[in-house]
Design a protein around this ligand. Structure first.
Ligand code: HEC
Ligand code: HEC
Ligand code: HEC
Ligand code: HEC
Length: 480
């Protein structure tokens, strides 16, 4: 019988540590930068050649300059975030020990710590194996020192082309981007960067296969806006609005980032599934693509053996077949209904056709995946140019809690996505000045109740969850 597994890092635990705190408190965490940096510089581990400085995804990944090259005290190495035009304490925030904000600087270290070592031991990996299976996500492709984990240039792009010019007089975001800086302000670009590691990619060591999870790796769950907030090391002030959006009052639209993130995740999952080398594992399909808890359940063998499966109208598949993990498809449909209603029907039809094709064979499933991916792509483009007004955002939240969508939260994964979505959308309304901070704070308790309903992966109860979610959305509606 399959074991019940415990994803020891639940999303709700993350929320407790991040959004429960006002951002300013989270940022005030101290620490000795000088010591931390010299520890980086003094690290004496033998450094193998860059993991995949060679071809990856058709593009040559250039070697990195390294974190030290960002660390000047008039650059990103301040201990107090009072710099201009950026706070300049970004390195300190990237290294925050006590919070998810510092996770990327710890990414290499965690594979040397007990949980990482246990995974490596169970998989029987030697150093080459670790490089092959782990370092695509736990170090930076092209990093100068792999100990630096996911370094600045992993996300911002290899700095050789722009390092010396990006702080000079006359530098603009557009010019930096033209010199090779990655345009993380563009939600489609940002999603592709994050998803490489937070969903999986097809580069070397970028796929967190079921075998890795079965050896003890946490399930990867991601929502772009929330996770951006959890590792936010930058400050969005008037100057940021001016530099990035040409308007001092503009703030990053979290609702748009959420929606584009969902579309890009659907595209990515289907693209990976369509690759023969990743879509299968021996005689089986690769279990990574399915809803984890659909297999990992208890069996009751007694007379009136309880059936725990709940009917799911979004997945026309017979009982007894594992469903494709559709957490992002459900969110995408909810966003499409409001923001791109003309494409919503097509997306719904194609996602059902895809689930059905999964019961018929790999060839048909891959073909249906291609069609679905096309619609997800069109939605991503549409969202990238949409306003996500207050009205639309409330409508999306209502849709998520409506019967049509909520009846699809039969599995833990989709339920977690929906709570992250409500949290993110409300937060986005606050950041856009469409809902007051104090009104939103008054609803925190309701959102926390929804988080509590997904705290225990193995005790997930769809009906109770839907009630908690419905309650949260009903009280949010009062802000309209
Ligand atoms: C597709 C990218 C990817 C691959 C491949 C990958 N990981 Fe991870 N790993 C992650 C992400 C993302 C997280 C954080 C999950 C979260 O909290 O959402 C993580 C978390 C972990 C953690 C938990 C860290 C903590 O703070 O508790 C350990 C340990 C770990 N990985 C080890 C490994 C090992 C060992 C391998 C290779 C056998 C590996 N990982 C392969 C992406 C990956
Ligand atoms: C996991 C990806 C990631 C890593 C690692 C990362 N950043 Fe960022 N960074 C972002 C994102 C996303 C933004 C927000 C979009 C933007 O402003 O470009 C951002 C914004 C910034 C900004 C604000 C830019 C502005 O114009 O106001 C600075 C400065 C910055 N990062 C510096 C760093 C430094 C220095 C490091 C390494 C210590 C680093 N970042 C590591 C993703 C990352
Ligand atoms: C090169 C791989 C890589 C990329 C790219 C990447 N991450 Fe990560 N991220 C990781 C790994 C590995 C961890 C887990 C490290 C640990 O537990 O210390 C992680 C952890 C995190 C965490 C903390 C989660 C937790 O459970 O504490 C957040 C938040 C996060 N990443 C956000 C982002 C965002 C947002 C982006 C894109 C802007 C991004 N990451 C891009 C590899 C990556
Ligand atoms: C199609 C069915 C199926 C799906 C879907 C599935 N698993 Fe598994 N899982 C298995 C099987 C089979 C084993 C091996 C059990 C054994 O070795 O005895 C396993 C083992 C595991 C184990 C080790 C459990 C133990 O007690 O040794 C973990 C952890 C795990 N899976 C996590 C996951 C996660 C996370 C997901 C979702 C990404 C997932 N599984 C999806 C069938 C599945």
């Amino acid at each position: 019988m399959l074991g019940m597994f415990d994803s020891s890092k639940t999303v709700s635990a993350l929320i407790d540590s991040a959004r429960a705190l006002p951002r300013t408190t989270a940022m005030a965490i101290g620490g000795c930068l000088v010591m931390a940096l010299s520890a980086l510089a003094a690290a004496t581990l033998v450094v193998p050649a860059p993991v995949n400085a060679q071809q990856s995804g058709g593009e040559v990944r250039r070697a990195h300059m390294g974190v030290a090259s960002c660390a000047g005290s008039t650059c990103h190495g301040r201990s107090i975030g009072d710099g201009k035009p950026v706070s300049q304490n970004e390195i300190l925030r990237w290294q925050e020990e006590a919070s998810p904000g510092g996770a990327h600087s710890r990414a290499y270290r965690v594979i040397r710590e007990p949980r990482g070592q246990a995974i490596i031991r169970r998989m029987g990996l030697n150093e080459d194996g670790v490089r092959r299976e782990c370092l695509g996500c736990h170090a930076s492709p092209g990093a100068r020192r792999i100990q630096e984990g996911v370094d600045c240039e992993t996300c911002h792009g290899a700095a050789t082309g722009w390092l010396s010019s990006h702080y000079a007089v006359g530098a603009t975001h557009a010019r930096n981007v033209s010199q090779g800086m990655t345009d993380l302000v563009d939600p489609q670009v940002r999603a592709q960067v994050c998803l490489d590691c937070h969903l999986s990619g097809d580069g070397p060591g970028e796929f967190v296969a079921h075998r890795i999870m079965a050896a003890g790796h946490p399930r990867v769950a991601f929502e772009m806006d929330l996770f951006s907030a959890l590792q936010q090391h930058w400050t969005e002030d008037a100057d940021y609005g001016e530099r990035k959006y040409g308007n001092p009052r503009a703030r990053t639209n979290g609702m748009r980032n959420w929606a584009v993130g969902q579309a890009e995740a659907v595209k990515r999952s289907l693209a990976l599934f369509s690759q023969p080398a990743l879509g299968q594992d021996g005689i089986f399909p690769e279990f990574y693509f399915y809803d984890c808890h659909s297999c990992h359940r208890r069996i009751y063998d007694n007379q009136d053996g309880a059936i725990t499966k709940s009917p799911n109208p979004g997945r026309p598949i017979p009982a007894g077949m594992p469903p494709y993990n559709d957490e992002n498809m459900i969110m995408l449909l909810a966003a499409a209904r409001t923001v791109a209603p003309d494409l919503a029907g097509q997306f719904d039809t194609r996602s059902k056709a895809f689930h059905a094709a999964m019961t018929r064979g790999r060839g048909e499933a891959v073909q249906a995946a291609g069609a679905l991916r096309q619609t997800a792509d069109a939605l991503s483009d549409r969202f990238a140019g949409a306003a996500f007004s207050k009205e639309q955002t409330f409508a999306i939240m209502n849709t998520i809690a409506s019967d049509a969508i909520a009846s699809r939260f039969t599995d833990y994964e989709g339920a977690v996505q929906s709570v992250m979505a409500i949290d993110t959308l409300l937060n986005g309304l606050v950041n856009q000045g469409m809902v007051s901070q104090s009104a939103a704070a008054g609803l925190r308790g309701r959102i926390n109740q929804a988080y509590a309903a997904v705290r225990e992966p193995n005790g997930f109860q769809p009906a109770a969850f839907r009630r908690a979610l419905g309650g949260a959305v009903a009280s949010i509606r009062s802000l309209r």
